[in-house]
Design a protein around this ligand. Structure first.
Ligand SMILES: [Zn+2]
Length: 369
């Protein structure tokens, strides 16, 4: 999995990798390797620091999750660092090649301000003065919790194509969602944060993932997957909440996500039975209404951010979201089998766009509930 991502990074940029980020007492250091020594002029405006270099670098951009910094972008001879709220300015220097190190652009962002030490709460649309002045200790108690489930991993790689492996894409996207949510004060629990399964047995694996959210402390459960089809023309994004398979159990996407083959068929049948029994359960229906709201927000944000084909919000009998205690959704972020979407999903920048959209939708959902 790590090797997979590393290959992607190497493929994406030969001369300049993503910057190294170090957190120090009082400042965060962001270091870009340069092909040679060069001149640099710096301009700080608002919340960004722009460095104009005397050489050209391959285009590259990404998110940063360290105190004081949120993103970087390299375009031509310009390196731009976006600072976190409450931060302004940075110390910039170009260090010459030395001791086998390449020349380096070093940007130090001071972090010893109060803003850097207090975790931000989710942005609330309706903010009362009382909420603003709520002491940090109380704020910590009301942190919403979200469980993120990167599909597959370990013995089960998920879908595989010439462009992507599902287990790696889902993990990378989920980790990016996690970072954004944490920056907004959300407590995030990952069902996995490396290439592993929770059990080699599919039913046990899915049960263990689901149970991480079956408590009254969890505000949302979000399972992330990559779709696959034998039809290369199939593409687009779809978001599911739990319910009857609309296309009939045999054509269900859930069969694949529930383990495929006879295991997938069996778990889909069990989950569909549960969906049937929930129909008369008012409490379960109320929770499903929240799940549908969350699904709609995620689908809207994703389609807006990516321009992907909108396959809509649907229901299906996914085993991993069958418990009605928590708003729960399963997102198919695109078809890894598609010659259009497969290569896009292989790009870190595209996965980041997907992750930002998912995070935005979750934050919006949390703020309204
Ligand atoms: Zn999957």
């Amino acid at each position: 999995m790590k090797r997979f991502l590393l290959l992607l990074l190497l493929g994406a940029s030969s001369a300049l990798a993503a910057p190294r980020v170090g957190t120090h007492d009082g400042y965060t250091r962001v270091v870009f390797d340069l092909p040679r020594q060069t001149s640099a002029s710096t301009k700080a405006t608002g919340q960004s620091v722009t460095v104009k270099l005397g050489l050209t670098l391959p285009a590259e951009r990404g998110r940063l999750s360290a105190p004081g910094v949120t993103a970087y972008a390299v375009a031509g001879s310009t390196v731009t660092l976006t600072l976190a709220k409450g931060h302004a300015g940075a110390k910039v220097q170009v260090l010459p090649p030395k001791d086998g190190h390449a020349a380096r652009l070093v940007i130090d962002v001071p972090t010893s301000t109060a803003a850097a030490r207090v975790p931000a709460l989710p942005v609330r649309r309706v903010t009362t003065p009382a909420a603003v002045t709520r002491p940090a200790s109380t704020a910590a108690l009301v942190r919403p919790r979200v469980v993120l489930d990167p599909g597959h991993g370990g013995v089960d790689p998920g879908m595989q194509s010439r462009w992507v492996q599902e287990h790696a894409v889902t993990l990378d996207v989920a980790l990016r969602v996690r970072d954004v949510l944490r920056q907004h004060g959300v407590d995030v629990v990952m069902t996995r944060d490396k290439n592993t399964d929770l059990s080699p047995d599919k039913a046990t694996d899915l049960d263990l993932r689901a149970k991480m959210a079956t408590n009254d402390k969890t505000s949302a459960y979000v399972s992330i997957h990559v779709n696959a089809s034998t039809d290369p023309a199939a593409q687009g994004i779809e978001t599911y909440y739990f319910g009857q398979p609309l296309g009939g159990a045999s054509r269900s996407v859930a069969v694949q996500e529930n383990g495929g083959g006879s295991i997938g068929q069996e778990l889909t049948r069990r989950a569909a039975d549960r969906a049937q029994s929930q129909l008369g359960d008012l409490l379960a229906q109320a929770k499903l209404a929240f799940s549908r709201q969350l699904a709609q927000k995620v689908q809207t944000q994703l389609v807006r951010a990516t321009g992907a084909v909108d396959r809509g919000v649907q229901t299906d009998a996914f085993y991993v979201i069958r418990y009605p205690t928590t708003p729960a959704i399963l997102i198919e972020i695109g078809f890894g089998s598609s010659p259009v979407e497969g290569p896009r999903l292989a790009q870190p920048a595209y996965r980041d766009r997907v992750a930002q959209a998912i995070a935005r939708a979750i934050l919006e959902f949390l703020n309204k509930n």
